[in-house]
Design a binder for this molecule. Structure first.
Ligand code: S3P
Length: 177
């Protein structure tokens, strides 16, 4: 399937744990299927003129969560977006309802050890600062699993797949519906 065969004009919301590949897959959806990419964390950083760790430390996590909700409301009326959500976006029921109303929610899953390898050298994730180890990642992932799964229309396992393969898998699922 390529872009020209694709009739889908809706939005795709990529959810899942930090480091599960949401940003990379949203890029592949744009390159392969001409969608427009929204990276929620980046957009919030731009709007605030601060990094995510600065927002957490200076304004607090609740403020950041409000920004996520506001941003989703602002973009979800648009079409053909590949939205890379923050790892906590699907934890709020109102965000899930907003995403469901305006598109398909796709959960990307990865093993804790894989996530650790991807995020271990980054200092852009306040929730992992001081907790950068596989056991902590596994336990936070477990706490969130039910909500992620309940929110998702569809889950893609990402282990041993390229971003392009994952984008194709998502599109195949979506055009079948
Ligand atoms: C968070 C995930 C991060 C970012 C913030 C909080 C979370 O996004 O929104 O640090 O609660 O899981 P990524 O999933 O893009 O790393």
């Amino acid at each position: 399937m390529d872009r020209s065969e694709l009739k889908f004009n809706g939005n795709i919301f990529l959810i899942g744990f930090m480091g599960c590949g949401k940003s990379t897959v949203s890029r592949a959806l744009c390159e392969k299927y001409g969608m427009e990419r929204i990276e929620m964390d980046e957009q919030i950083e731009r709007e605030e003129g601060m990094t995510i760790p600065e927002i957490f430390s200076e304004k607090g996590e609740d403020y950041f969560r409000e920004m996520e909700t506001k941003l989703l409301k602002g973009v979800s009326e648009r079409e053909h977006l590949a939205v890379s959500c923050g790892g906590g976006t699907a934890m709020r029921e109102c965000n899930v309802l907003e995403m469901k109303k305006h598109g398909k929610i796709v959960l990307l899953s990865a093993e804790p050890a894989t996530v650790y390898e991807r995020v271990r050298n980054s200092h852009n994730r306040p929730l992992l600062e001081g907790n950068m180890n596989v056991e902590y990642i596994r336990s936070l992932m477990e706490q969130r699993r039910a909500r992620y799964e309940d929110a998702a229309d569809f889950t893609v396992e990402t282990e041993h797949k390229t971003a392009g393969e994952i984008a194709d898998e998502i599109m195949k699922y979506i055009v079948k519906r």
